[in-house]
Design a protein around this ligand. Sequence first.
Ligand code: EPU
Length: 338
Amino acid sequence: MEIKQNISLKPYNTFGINATAKFFCEIKSVDDLRKALQLEGYSEKFVISGGSNMLITADIDALVMHINIKGISVEKDTPNHVELKIMAGENWHQMVLHTLEQGYGGLENMSLIPGNTGTAPIQNIGAYGVELKDTFVRCEAMNVQTQELETFTKEDCEFGYRDSYFKNQGRGKYIITSVTLKLTKNNHKKNTSYGAIEAKLQEHGIKEPSIKDISNAVIAIRQEKLPDPTKLGNSGSFFKNPIITAEQFKKFYKKHPTAPFYKISDEAYKIPAGWLIEQCGFKGKRYGDAGIHKNQALVLVNHGEATGKEILNLAYIIIEKVDQTFEIQITPEVNIIK
Ligand code: EPU
């Protein structure tokens, strides 16, 4: 395992932030990871995987370990289901396409989500009515202290909306090395009720969609709304959709009867942050090379040479303005690396 010095992290984060890693190594196996964690003489160690959910705001004075462990294997095969063990460094979307080629269902609504499979459980990725937890069986993660592999069941992961154990008590303590998902081989549970998917299938004249049709519809919707990180640096949704109390919602809705919302329970409502940000006039705006995407105000973009600090400053401006306008606090979904 080669340790390189002063490596630009620009190719390793989808925001395209040009920060430098003091030390850098490629992790190609579980054994590499164990060895890297055991290396002495580094003040800190830092994990980067798909780099799709982080904003790097300064150079990283640490050993950066790039998780690049590959492999997909069948763990269990029954007439109706298959369980696939996917190693952490597998690109999420390539893996989704692979499952669809095999005729396996369950991931089609989560097509084209950037990032690697190993980081999917950390924030329980989700799109168009489906979340990772819906197909999740277990994951394996290396305990950073003991370098032992530990298995986490779905319950252990404590999944929530863009949330899990790994973002809370488990933060910084584990590095996920593989994820096992249970997919359907037939009788696929198709989830097309999400408005945008229905509309796209209709537009394509499809009445009885296959799982591949659903994936294609999702890809088309995402390509229309979300910027391609290889062309315009971004991290997907920069903010989480805020969840407010029923009492807050009553006040909010009186003032803004046309606002979109999702009722979560009798006590909680989710408001799309993209709508709040757009209403504040930010959509498509640009501050130097930091900006807000023209088709989806939830996404901050790097038009070229923006620094992480510039994007973070823009995020603060947005948070402040949304708070002043709506008395709703929005928080970043991406990890801010300081
Ligand atoms: N909206 C606006 N203006 C905008 C953006 C959205 O008015 O600029 C409105 C839309 O018209 C719609 C509502 O907000 O009424 C919701 O928009 P959309 O369906 O596009 O979904 P979202 O809430 O903005 C969430 C996820 C996305 C995921 C989509 C689809 C979060 C933080 N984001 O976005 O996830 O793809 O739903 O399921 O939950 C990601 O995490 O990177 C991501 C892209």
